[in-house]
Design a protein around this ligand. Structure first.
Ligand SMILES: C[C@@H](O)[C@H](NC(=O)OP(=O)(O)OC[C@H]1O[C@@H](n2cnc3c(N)ncnc32)[C@H](O)[C@@H]1O)C(=O)O
Ligand SMILES: Nc1ncnc2c1ncn2[C@@H]1O[C@H](COP(=O)(O)OP(=O)(O)OP(=O)(O)O)[C@@H](O)[C@H]1O
Ligand SMILES: [Fe+2]
Length: 557
């Protein structure tokens, strides 16, 4: 297709009133933005909407003028037989379509963007394209990296999640269980009296800091910031120097994001990672991700800052891909959605060949997991697992995590077997070397041999652990080994003792996300886990699971 596509994009989900022109032939992205800066506190939805009301018309007018000025040099719009997409451009329109952020975001802001987009589309007689803001954060990185099938870490203000493409959708492999990563940092800076946005200030202050211990919470590929944020506020109230708190906050929060990204690469078998979102402007976060990818031989790409923070360029670029796939919407379908999730979007603009092929070779004797190097000796029936140092993590944090997890893995693997769940028998533990030796079990990972029966067994096993008062912590389709007779749970390093229903539900949620991320037809399997769980466990946990799944985490003011 030689014709050029020209899309005008509009963004205004929270703080950035932004418009952009994308020209597919030159690949040029012209962006005009006007930021809302609160006088005090965080983002006030009403004030932000007032800002949009005032600034959106201005940035749109500017970009439209640019589009008119450059229209002559773009391929001449024609009104012909309709066989060529460029022919649909109206004779007097300098663009082919208007793309706008349809959600997620603050309702009052989104509505102003929606109205502006509808008006413009009617004035110019061009179609509308409704863009999911989070998918745009992801696609801009895939576009500028020219990666085929990356895992994407979205680290923005109101969100934090890992996405990977499977079966026509971007699946959420993991996400924050409470606030977005930028909002978490901004809340801390508000507490110490710094103005919004706090991220850049924390980055600045962190340069002179020293490491102090703070909480570190990951659950499979999910994570939570509430504990570390309260601890950081407390530490500063108690007089810990702010630069030390900022430094340690960055070290822990970004190490958590890097760890879950590595786990997603390991689970999907992808060797490409892209970063998206405003927090991606942080140099320390980019450094950690780069380092992690280097260590495991994966490619990392972070778009330029102008494409990381909220901007209409990413809306226009994805708008063009969607427009070319025929994804325009009628006026009556253009309503905005403050809770629009990325996995609700049918991805029609990508070819199916870019699907990841996952699986482990039969003759591999050394496997690199997300955390460990695992030497396999099926003949001798033995496995040696070594948690290697992660150079991206602060050495104090790294030592602590590797030692704790090795000890926990040993203890909980045995405890689970005593409770009646098949697990490998342990032969040696060395916490200082972060090494354990255990029995080789199963013929394949569950990921490579998914059946309803096996998944049902996992449901029963998880319920058995929960009834015994602990969680697995990282139940994925790679942390289950299967043979013709048995289904084993392995890799208990993220497990812990707890009697909270919420923790049990999270354990199930982590497994559920891994099914959605790795199975071709996850629905019957998702039902099978719950059926298995119901045989042994409590209904309350399943009820809580539905609650966890239903939580909207997008807008947090
Ligand atoms: C729904 C949408 O409105 C929302 N947008 C959003 O959060 O804006 P974004 O531009 O992606 O990210 C802003 C966040 O990015 C943080 N930030 C900016 N520069 C930073 C830096 N150098 N280090 C850490 N955080 C930084 C800010 O503190 C703020 O919390 C989202 O994408 O979640
Ligand atoms: N006891 C075992 N018997 C057979 N295979 C095993 C055993 N332990 C590990 N493996 C294999 O090695 C892979 C990685 O092991 P493990 O999950 O323990 O490492 P990890 O680094 O914690 O991985 P991740 O965090 O990605 O789950 C497993 O998916 C499995 O294929
Ligand atoms: Fe954003």
């Amino acid at each position: 297709m030689s014709s050029t596509t020209r899309i005008l994009g509009i963004e205004g989900t929270a703080w950035a009133a932004s418009a952009a022109l994308y020209d597919s032939e030159s690949d040029d992205v012209y962006i005009q933005s006007d930021a809302y800066e609160p006088d005090s506190g965080g983002i006030h939805p009403r004030e932000a909407a007032e800002h949009m009301h005032e600034a959106i018309p201005r940035v749109v007018a500017d970009v439209l003028e640019h589009a008119r000025e450059t229209a002559d040099s773009a391929s001449e719009p024609r009104v012909t037989d309709g066989s060529d997409r460029s022919s649909s451009r109206q004779r007097d329109s300098p663009i082919d379509a208007v793309a706008f952020s349809q959600g997620p975001g603050l309702g009052p802001c989104l509505r102003i963007v929606g109205t502006a987009a509808r008006t413009l589309s009617q004035t110019l007689s061009v179609p509308l394209v409704g863009v999911n803001h989070m998918v745009a954060h992801l696609e801009i990185g895939r576009h500028t990296a020219e990666f085929d099938s990356p895992v994407c870490l979205n680290a923005s203000g109101a969100n934090a999640h890992l996405l990977a493409y499977r079966n026509g959708r971007y699946r959420v492999l993991g996400e924050t269980m409470d606030t977005g990563v930028g909002n978490a940092i901004d809340k801390f800076t508000r507490h110490v009296g710094w103005s919004h946005p706090g991220g850049p200030k924390v980055e600045q202050a962190a340069t002179d800091g020293e490491y102090v211990d703070l909480p570190y919470v990951v659950k499979g590929m999910d994570f939570s910031f509430s504990g570390i944020m309260s601890a950081a506020k407390q530490a500063s109230d108690d007089g810990t120097p702010l630069e030390d708190v900022c430094f340690s906050l960055q070290e822990n929060v970004f190490a958590m994001l890097t760890e879950v990204s590595e786990r997603a690469l390991s689970l999907t078998g992808s060797d490409e990672l892209v970063l998206g979102g405003g927090v991606g402007q942080n140099a320390r976060l980019r450094e950690m991700l780069e380092d992690m990818c280097d260590q495991r031989g994966a490619d990392f790409h972070a778009p330029k800052p102008r494409f990381l923070r909220d901007n209409a360029g990413m809306i226009a670029v994805l708008g063009a891909k969607m427009y070319n796939a025929g994804e325009t919407i009628a006026l009556e379908d253009s309503r905005v959605d403050p809770n629009y999730r990325p996995d609700q979007v049918p991805v029609t603009w990508r070819s199916a060949e870019s699907e990841l092929v996952v699986g482990r070779g039969d003759d591999d004797t050394e496997v690199r997991g997300a955390e460990a190097l695992v030497d396999l000796d099926p003949t001798a029936g033995r496995v040696r697992k070594r948690r290697v140092a992660k150079t991206y993590r602060h050495p104090d944090l790294d030592d602590r995590l590797r030692r704790e997890r090795t000890t926990l893995e040993a203890r909980l693997t045995s405890l689970a077997r005593r409770a009646g769940v098949p697990t490998p028998v342990l032969s040696d533990v060395d916490p200082l070397e972060a090494t354990i030796e255990l029995e080789y079990v199963g013929d394949a990972d569950l990921r490579d041999g998914l059946t309803r029966e096996r998944v049902r067994a996992v449901g029963r096993h998880l319920a058995t652990l929960h009834e015994a008062g602990f969680v697995h912590g990282d139940p994925t389709t790679r942390n289950v080994r299967v043979s013709s007779e048995r289904t084993y749970l392995i890799d208990f390093g993220l497990g812990y003792h707890t009697d909270h229903v919420e923790d049990y539900a999270m354990d199930l949620h982590v497994f559920d996300q891994s099914l959605v991320g790795t199975a071709d037809d996850p629905e019957p399997l998702r039902e099978a886990v719950q059926a298995g769980y119901r045989e042994v466990g409590r209904e309350r946990v399943l009820e809580r699971l539905r609650d966890v799944e239903g939580r909207g985490r997008y807008v947090d003011e």
